[in-house]
Design a protein around this ligand. Sequence first.
Ligand SMILES: NC(=O)c1ccc[n+]([C@@H]2O[C@H](COP(=O)([O-])OP(=O)(O)OC[C@H]3O[C@@H](n4cnc5c(N)ncnc54)[C@H](O)[C@@H]3O)[C@@H](O)[C@H]2O)c1
Length: 162
Amino acid sequence: MGSGGRTDLDGGAVAPLTICVIGTGGFIGSHLCEKLMAETQQTVLAVDVYCDKIRHLVDPPPPHLAGRISFHRLNIKNDSRLEGLIKMADLTINLAAICMPADYNTRPLDTIYSNFIDALPVVRLGEQQASDPLLHVRGLRQDHRQLPPQGPPPPQGYLHLD
Ligand SMILES: NC(=O)c1ccc[n+]([C@@H]2O[C@H](COP(=O)([O-])OP(=O)(O)OC[C@H]3O[C@@H](n4cnc5c(N)ncnc54)[C@H](O)[C@@H]3O)[C@@H](O)[C@H]2O)c1
């Protein structure tokens, strides 16, 4: 997106959003933050239990990003600060999960809790803030090295997202 910012269908300027990105220290979250900072005017409330992958953006933010990104180290399972952050945001994107294939085998219960039970506070807070969207990202990743091939190859044009 250009530096001119977003416009509506009448050409009027659209105010930048405040986006709460949960799981921002992970693979998708860190790249999303970099993109949002580099290519948009949006503000990011970055939430995770660690921030190594986005340290260059938040510790401290470089001068040109001051006021546009802040890091909040918290566990979504049990931290009351989450409510204030979600209320402050126009949009919440929840990417927090245990989602490494190796963990599926070695930490199956943690994986299930992380993907479903631990995420419930975010879903409940999103429900209370019904006027602001919540994008709750879950995924199922297959470890192709461990699974035998199943069935015929997908038809042409079939897009498989895992
Ligand atoms: N990466 C992929 O290829 C892919 C594909 C499809 C779907 N997805 C889904 O997208 C989401 C994000 O994937 P990813 O690859 O970025 O994962 P990731 O493991 O790289 O990042 C997840 C982040 O969530 C954080 N987190 C986990 N539990 C937390 C908690 N209780 N409180 C706060 N932070 C917590 C972790 O610290 C980590 O930084 C997952 O739901 C995943 O299933 C990923």
